[in-house]
Design a protein around this ligand. Structure first.
Ligand code: BES
Ligand code: ZN
Length: 462
């Protein structure tokens, strides 16, 4: 292991420069305008894998963006780790709020990252974290210390719901056979408090439209007499939660796995400072479902949030108009054992049922994903626990998180393989927001931790 660490130490600057190059390619999967850039990013990732020593590296074409696959087979009697990550990123908007270009990475020091952080879209989610795995693999290959077989599956559609990866899994079960899937696409509590993610929320995502009159109207001539679809949409959304911030859609909580009192007590022992949380976000107070703490509200409880709402006139100045249409994009984060399809159907029925007769409403479901919880009493998890303990000098804390990685449930359903969520980001790294960044400490700590994972896993499987 000493040789691996020395190799990492001797190549720190190059690793960083390579990551910065990768961050310069705008691989925005949601926007067709970036299709060629997404492709170029996949090619760059494949080239890195090849150079690091992977065999059979290929770009698998799908109906969407390509999947990068590569592997290193050592021996049939050794376990196989499959690394999953994504090279696509969220759109950079609102661009005006970035202090430097989203695809022009720069290194700046911050309060949480005194040793510096790389600012760019995808720095943390997930190019920076995915790249740590390629560099750790390179270090193990270069020092002859890779202890087991490894497969890499790096996709380009995670941020748009991984819609084509499921088919790839179904059609390539043998090729993708492995003992564990290792993923770095989540967070740790802070740089002094390592943690391992033991759960992710699921997702149901819908777009709704409300149509009133057959054309935009003068808001003076018609206002007061005709239902304004924006007003109606706002009322409908506001009515979806009661004063306790409980979602009122009938049946919404029916399948929710109620976490036991002792488990809740345990999860609330995790370090969390409400004042720091508020100050970081610039809010005077938090708000959420009555009876639950902030840690619980963002992990074991489902949510309903508007992600975007539009209609009418939003340009410069004032235009007096009673619009014909209003739209919103709504996400519901789900917990075990809620089903995204069932929740989407419940939402649709409810939304249609509460619509007043003076408007027409439509509901279009988008991607969804199932929630997951991962076991902690397995060699797969224990290998991560020990690796983090060695690298950070501190035992990691298990922690369920609020984000979603829809493919994780499918890994279990289709491949029958459980995942280990060993991420290194911080919640304050502004993923999906302007000025996303990833700490240099986190980047290098990740590269250092991963080889320990491999070593521990092989030892525990013997
Ligand atoms: N890396 C995130 C998920 C995440 C973030 C998990 C923080 C835990 C902590 C992932 O790339 C992501 O953003 N996923 C999307 C999925 C969606 C587009 C289907 C999400 O959660 O919004
Ligand atoms: Zn993301």
């Amino acid at each position: 292991m000493k040789a691996v660490q020395t190799y990492i130490d001797n190549n720190r600057e190059r690793f960083l420069a390579e990551l910065m190059d990768l961050l310069r390619i705008p691989s925005v999967s949601a926007d067709p305008a970036f299709k060629a850039d997404v492709q170029r990013t996949a090619e760059a990732v494949a080239a890195h894998l090849r150079k690091a020593g992977a065999d059979h590296v290929e770009l698998v074409t799908t109906a969407g963006h390509p999947i990068v696959y590569g592997e290193k087979f050592l021996a049939a009697n050794l376990p196989t780790v499959m690394v999953y990550g994504h090279y696509d990123v969220q759109p950079a908007d609102p661009i005006d709020l970035w202090e430097s270009g989203p695809f022009e990475p720069v290194i700046k020091k911050t309060k949480t990252h005194p040793e510096g952080a790389i600012f760019a879209r995808g720095a943390c989610d997930d190019k920076g974290q995915m790249f740590m795995h390629i560099k750790a693999f390179e270090a193990m290959m270069a020092t002859d210390s890779l202890p087991c077989n490894v497969k890499f599956m790096i996709e380009g559609e995670e941020e748009v719901g991984s819609s084509h990866l499921g088919t790839f899994l179904k059609e390539n079960k043998d090729k993708l056979a492995c003992d564990v899937i290792l993923i770095s696409d989540t967070s740790i509590i802070d740089n002094d408090t390592p943690s391992i993610t033991t759960g992710l929320r699921g997702l149901s995502y819908v777009e709704v439209s409300v149509t009133g009159p057959n054309r935009d109207l003068h808001s003076g001539v018609y206002g007061g007499a005709v239902a304004n679809p924006i007003n109606v949409l706002c009322e409908m959304i506001a009515g979806m939660m009661d004063e306790n911030k409980h979602i009122v859609i009938p049946g919404f909580y029916d399948d929710v796995d109620e976490v036991s009192k002792s488990e809740r007590e345990e999860m609330n022992k995790a370090p969390f400072d409400l004042k720091t949380y508020r100050e970081d976000l610039g809010i005077a107070a938090v708000r959420g479902e009555a009876g639950y703490t902030t840690l619980e509200r963002t992990s074991i409880r489902p949510t309903l949030d508007v992600n975007g709402i539009w209609g009418g006139y939003t340009g410069e100045g004032a235009k007096t108009v009673l619009p014909s249409k209003a739209y919103a994009k709504i996400s519901m984060r789900l917990v075990p054992h809620q089903s995204p399809d069932k929740i989407t159907a419940l939402f649709e029925n409810y939304f249609k049922a509460v619509a007043p007769p003076n408007v027409k409403v439509e509901v279009h479901p988008h991607h969804g994903g199932e929630p997951v919880v991962t076991p902690t009493d397995t060699p797969e998890y224990q290998a991560a626990y020990k690796a983090m303990e060695t690298a950070f000098g501190k035992a990691p804390i298990p922690k369920r998180e609020g984000g979603s990685i829809p493919i994780v449930a499918l890994f279990e359903q289709i491949l029958g393989v459980k995942s280990v969520l060993m991420g290194f980001g911080l919640d304050s790294d502004a993923i999906h927001s302007p000025n996303e960044h990833y700490g240099l400490f986190n980047f290098y700590k990740g590269i250092e931790t991963i080889p320990y994972y491999y070593q521990n896993y092989v030892a525990l499987k013997k």
